[in-house]
Structure formats: C-alpha cells, structure tokens
Design a protein around this ligand. Sequence first.
Ligand SMILES: Cc1cc2nc3c(=O)[nH]c(=O)nc-3n(C[C@H](O)[C@H](O)[C@H](O)COP(=O)(O)OP(=O)(O)OC[C@H]3O[C@@H](n4cnc5c(N)ncnc54)[C@H](O)[C@@H]3O)c2cc1C
Length: 645
Amino acid sequence: MKNKKNNQKNDDLLGINKKIDRRDFINSTLVGAGTALYSMLSPTASLGDASRDLYLPNQVGDNWYGYGGVGDSKDSHGNTPEILKGAHALRDGLITQKNISQIDASEKYDLVIVGGGLAGLGAAQRFNELYPEKRCLILENHPIFGGEAKRNEFNVNGSIITAPQGSNSFYYKTKNSDIKEDLKYIDILNIPDEFSYASMKNNDEELVFAQEHYDVQLWGEEFISKGYFVDQQSHNVEPQWIKNIWQDKLKRFPVSEKIKKDLLSWKYAKDIPNDDHMTNAWLDSMTYKDFIEKVMGLDVAVTKFADPVLASAGGMGCDVMSAYIAKQLGMYGLYPDAPVNPLNRHSFPGGNDGFARHFVKLLIPGAIAGKNNFEDIMNNPINFNRLDHEGNKIRLRLSSNVIDVHHTSKSVNVTYYKNNELTKINAKAVVMASGGWINKHIISDLPQTYKNAYDQFNHAPMLVANVALTNWRFLKKLDITAYQWSGGFGFHTNIRKPMHIGNYKPDLDPDKPITLTFYVSFEKTNQGLSAKEQSRLGQYEMLGKSFMQYERDIKEQMVRMFSSSGFDPKNDIAGIILNRWGHAYVTPTPGFFYTPEGGPGYADIIKTQPFGRVSFGHSELRGYQHWGPAAAEGSRAVDQISEYI
Ligand SMILES: Cc1cc2nc3c(=O)[nH]c(=O)nc-3n(C[C@H](O)[C@H](O)[C@H](O)COP(=O)(O)OP(=O)(O)OC[C@H]3O[C@@H](n4cnc5c(N)ncnc54)[C@H](O)[C@@H]3O)c2cc1C
C-alpha cells in the first residue's frame, strides 16, 4: 500500500498523470482499429512451444502503441499493433493455404514489389527506368511508405517539429565516407547540393551541435559540445557532468589508469588491418569483442564502452557481432579515418524519409502536393488517394499485408490482407523487398536452401523514442547539446541542428521547442547468450512494455541527470512518440559474409540466384544497412528477373 502511494507521488512529480497528447490518442485514433485481425486470429492459441510466446506479448493495444504525433505519419510509428499481430499469426501458421486457394486473382501486373521501404522504392525506380510502358504494383503493409525511413511530427505550442522514426542520416560530399550508390540516387532524385541549418540566436558560437544523431555517439564527439553523466550508479562517484571527455585524454573520466590507457589505444589506433578479401574473411571469423580483447589486447572495459555504440548502429553488442561488420560500421581499431568531422553528415527533418518522399514523387508525380522541388516534396502533404490510382503506371497500395507468394506455371500469385479481406493478384515476376524474417514465411513454395540461409539471419530490435521538449534551457545551463550516460534508459541523445527547408524553419533557441531522439538497443552482453537469444529477450522486453512504462523510464532518466540544471518533466516535455522496431537490423555474426567452410556468405545464397520469377532485394542482404545500398539492392533484384517482365 505504502509502495503504491510512493509510486503515485513519483508519477505526479514526473507528470505521468498530466493530460498530454497520449491521452488524446487513446481516446480517439486507435479505438476499434485492427479489430478484424485481432478477432480473426488468435496468435497465442496455437502456441505449443513456450519459446515462441517469449517474444509475442498477448496484448498489443492502444496503451501499448501510444501517441503518434500529427501529420501524415501519425498512424504509423514503428511496428503497428495490426502488423505485429498479423505477421506473428502468419509465422504461427494461422493463415492456411486452404483460405488462399479459394480466392481468384483479381488484377494482373508486370511486376509486384513487396515492401515500400527504400529497397522497394529502388526496385520501382529501376522498373520505371527499364520499362516505361509496363505496370507495377508496390504492396506495403504500413499506412505510409518509407519502411524504417519515416518521420514523426509534433505540434508543440503551434510549432511543427519533425524527427526521424528510425533511419536518420546520410553522408554527402565527404572525402572518404561517400557511398557511390548514395551519390547515384542523390543525382537521380535531384537532391540539392547545399543544405541550410538553423543557427543559435545571438550568434552563440560556444555551443556546437551535430546535424544528425550518429557521428556524435563516438566518431565525431570531440567536435561537439557533449557531456558525459557519471554518478554513484554508473561509476561510484558523486553525480556530475564531464564535458568533452577526450579533450584532456580522459583525465577527468572516473575509470582506472589502465582503462584510460586502453580506451585511448582503441580510439587512436593507427595499426589498422588491410582492406582485402583475406583480411576481411579473417575479421569475419571473429567477434568484435575478440578483436578488441585478443587482437588489440585491450581491457574488457573497452568492449563495454563500445557495446551500445555498435548496437545502436548495428543492433547487437561486440560479443556477437562480426569484427567485419564492426569495420563496415567504422568502429575503432578497424577504421582508418576516425575521428570524423560530424558536420559532414546530414539529416533531413524526418531523417531519411526525405529520400523515400523523393522516390515516390519521381514514380508517382501526383503523390505529394505541389511542384517537383525539394521544398514541396519535403513539406507538402501526401495525396494518399493518388498513390494507388488506376491510371498510374506505378501503383503504391498501403496497409496491404502480403501473406502468400507462390508460383503458378507461368506467373506468380500474391495474396494480401487489407480491410478485413484477402485479395489475390497475379504478376509476371515479384521482388521481395521485405526482410528475411517475413519472406521465409510468406513464399509458400520457397526451396529449403533459401530457408536454411534465411534461418542464419538474426534480426535485433530497436526502440527509437522521440521526445518533444517545450524548451532545452536545462541543457544550455550545462553548455551541452549532446550527452551520454551508462545504466538506465538508453545511453545517448543529442539535439540535431534543425535543417531549414522553405517554410519549415524551427528556431535553435533554448527557450523554444526541439526534439531529442533516443536510440535504444537491447544487447544483453557478457551473459554468454547468442545473438538470437539476446534478440528474442530484447524483443520481449521492448514489445512487452506499455507506453506509460516507457514514459516513466524516459522521464526518470532525465530527472536523474537534469534535475540539478532545472529540468521539470511536467512542463519541459510536450510529447513522446515511441517507434518500436521488432526486426530493426540484421545482425551479422561471424560467418555472415564469409562462411567458415569458405563458401558464399548466407546473404549471397539469397541474392545471387532468384527463385524462379521471385528475386530478393532488401537492405539486410548487404549486412551493412544503409539507404543508398538498400535502393540498389531493390534495383539489382529487378535486373535479375528482367527476362520474365
Ligand atoms: C533505428 C535505425 C536507424 C537507422 N539509421 C540509418 C541511417 O542513419 N542512415 C541510413 O542510411 N540507414 C539507416 N538505417 C538503415 C535502414 O534500415 C536502411 O537505410 C533502409 O531504410 C532500409 O530499407 P529497406 O527497404 O531495405 O527496409 P525497410 O525499411 O524495412 O522496408 C521494408 C518494407 O517492407 C514492408 N513489409 C514487410 N513485410 C511486408 C509484407 N508482408 N507485406 C507488405 N509489406 C511488407 C515493411 O513494412 C517495410 O515498410 C537505420 C535503421 C534503423 C532500424
């Protein structure tokens, strides 16, 4: 009883019971949504095996999904409850071939693309380029296109502020980091050469901001006004902020001299392995933890320091991820160009949703209101009724969950679920631009070799929490724009310097609204668990928590760090949007790229040979997931089946 009272008091202080946006959401948007799938399928009913139950919470309702913000993406943030239930029901064999065989195909297309993320859009762009006269349909199961590249929008006191749901940034015009496929699409999509950013009022040059959320986590942190929070819980010291820890070679950082020395050897390593096939295969035979501790000979504390950073960019920690993917993600000891200047990296207001919008405008000119220019494409509303218009050469059908793909004698049938109905369509060929965790279940005639290869893939969860602030005075008081901590909710967040596009011009002013984006991974390192076990536990944890529990976690974490600089959770937080990605990243473990037997990596088995008229093009097939290569994977998949189109 006493505990309950204390919790209530704590919640009052955190503003948990204050009427904020999530309440409005519960009262309106979701009531009744998805009921058809819920009632049609009872995912837990057939679960004889408890391990399946582990990552399938029984209830994913409105108190789970939470507030979705405003604008075109308000109903689609991370995994939606409907898709979670539907996809898991499919996995558990609750939709049968008998249901599907009773339906006739109602439409015919030259190509069907499953998935409207950047890979699917890249596939459609290639189709458009090759076949100006032919027709293609993209089926996407979310209420909006973009996949992991979507936006969240808040309206804070009349100002719209935008943040990424997942995929956040891109390189452009950097000496060493430009990726040729990014450059190719930047050209095709006619993305501008220069971007304009907000600057601080009163020309306050003291505060330095990153323009995005990744380089500031490690690679470029010394260029930014960044603070580390340490306290009793994390380092056995009085709570305090240490600004720019690398500036004096970790002198003020409360760890032993040995750990300081090892962290510096790691960060400033110059003896970098070669970039050739033999060396890369060798790196892919070990974890990054083994590379740090056995090859570099450094303390386990270095591995722990690297864990959340690697997981934030790749899904899991150093104990399971291949040293070769760590190299591709630029981790220290393996990357010759560190540290990097984070001002070479950019982020559109809604992250890489900017690229998705440009693809869609190119393919379906009426899809976004206004002219074909950067400002209109980024800022104008989506014309949802134009996406699947009969006259379109490329049609994009949303909220359409593909549940079966299989060959007929000279074509492929694709069945999807939309508005309580199953619909079958027929295509000459199909590109699967959806991830392996779903492909292996929905292609009903998929040969065992592909299934076996897909079984080697592991997908890790990721929570991206966007927190809208009414002001960020509490950070200004500390003279920081980015901060890191260990223990508790998340490990890092920062203020992005807002990109200005046309009328979208948020201020960079400590008394004005801004968003913080928390990338939260679920690695369970140092427990001897496999990548799959860690991911299942992480999915269970992430999918099992209610919105309100996360709201509490976020607010408590911020109070722990900022109460002394004036943070007030009741008034400083205007809204929270949770984007829960159950299968955010494929997590390449040793052998993903070069199998121990010397054969092709698992991804190569899937991508080098289409299965009949069905080819596979999804970012995970690169291991290193990135927007341009994702689109290029889709494009490659179209080329592979062109003989059938
Ligand atoms: C948290 C996070 C941060 C990231 N940050 C960056 C970054 O900063 N920069 C960067 O370049 N990349 C980043 N990425 C990587 C990003 O995943 C890729 O760049 C790219 O956006 C992936 O595109 P995709 O089309 O391959 O996959 P997805 O975006 O996953 O698209 C696949 C689409 O298929 C749909 N689908 C699945 N099953 C079905 C079905 N049965 N029926 C119909 N539709 C279906 C899905 O809903 C989804 O929309 C990040 C990823 C995550 C998770």
